[in-house]
Design a protein around this ligand. Sequence first.
Ligand code: ATP
Length: 363
Amino acid sequence: MTKKFNIAVFHGDGIGPGIMGPTVKILTQMADASSGYDLIFQDAPAGAAHYAKTGESLPDASMDTARNADAILLSAMGLPDVRYTDGTEISPQIDLRKALTLFAGVRPVTVRKGQRTPLNLPAGKEIDFVLIRESTEGLFHSQGRGAVTDNEARETLLITRDISEKLFRFAFDLAQTRKQAGRGPGKVTCVDKANVFRAFAFFRELFDAEAAKHPDLTSDHAYVDATALWMVQKPWDFDVMVTENMFGDILSDLGAGLMGGLGLAPSADIGLDHAVFQPCHGSAPDIAGQDLANPFAMILSAAMMLDWLGIKHDNAAIRADGKRLRETVEDVVASGTYLTRDLGGTAGTDKAAGAVLDALFVS
Ligand code: ATP
């Protein structure tokens, strides 16, 4: 019997619905054409516009839909003008991360031949690494609860054994999967500041303990400041990098910069049982409703979802479609014909997404 996967869909705010629509269309057509799996989409209303209308940003029913789904597809959420009464922004994606313990923030950074990048890549060099950002603790632990007096301000960084062990196991498993797929040498780099902070020496110790369990993979360490330098000077040297929440927050934007901007940067937040797939960028209210949004980061996030479902459920058909979708987007970007304005082109959102659909089914 064909395996059916339930996908919770958060359409988001601003440009969110405009990039989610064509993404769901692509996924639907891929599933329809496959005899190996089926996708059932369930809308989960949430976000800033929903809050403005109903007073709820993440209704219980939507949380239940997410919790019961096989995977969660989420478009950009939040609007600068819509805030809770305490002034903070509406971000159901962060609520989901906490509620579902999605500790591994996965940020792939790829630059293929023909793709624009601010770097002057030596001939024949491509970039293909994954940054894993711990997403539930670190310096974000005391988010919203920092202690501030007239004379000083304090925030607390938290590193736990439990989450770190899960995080490092995930990182080495990912390096193994990539090695098997011919996408990397099977190397994991622990990015920290162990020369200055005891918390990071602890982080590194736990990393080394996990590394010792994987004699078929290699591992090394790098300080976060040097990593920022090397990401610019020799990014092709990285395979899988794993780091603390705040360091990962900063380095993942640097990674998006290497790819020519946020419009091509997909992401996943993964835990032991659940996973959310969403573009790295925000809801871009400045261009919402003008058919200017680049849909590729959203579509690449959907490709990551297919890949993750395929690995988790040992389903070769859905995994193959994840690879096909990613490679098709890379080809469309490299061809340069249907690029949106942020990538230097003139295509609108639907045209760019339509080029992916045509490349999948027409050619
Ligand atoms: P957030 O804090 O919610 O992540 P942000 O302040 O980082 O949001 P974004 O909404 O990501 O901001 O937008 C930053 C800039 O990038 C804006 O000028 C926006 O128009 C542009 N941008 C973001 N995403 C896209 C996209 N998919 N296509 C085209 N331009 C985009």
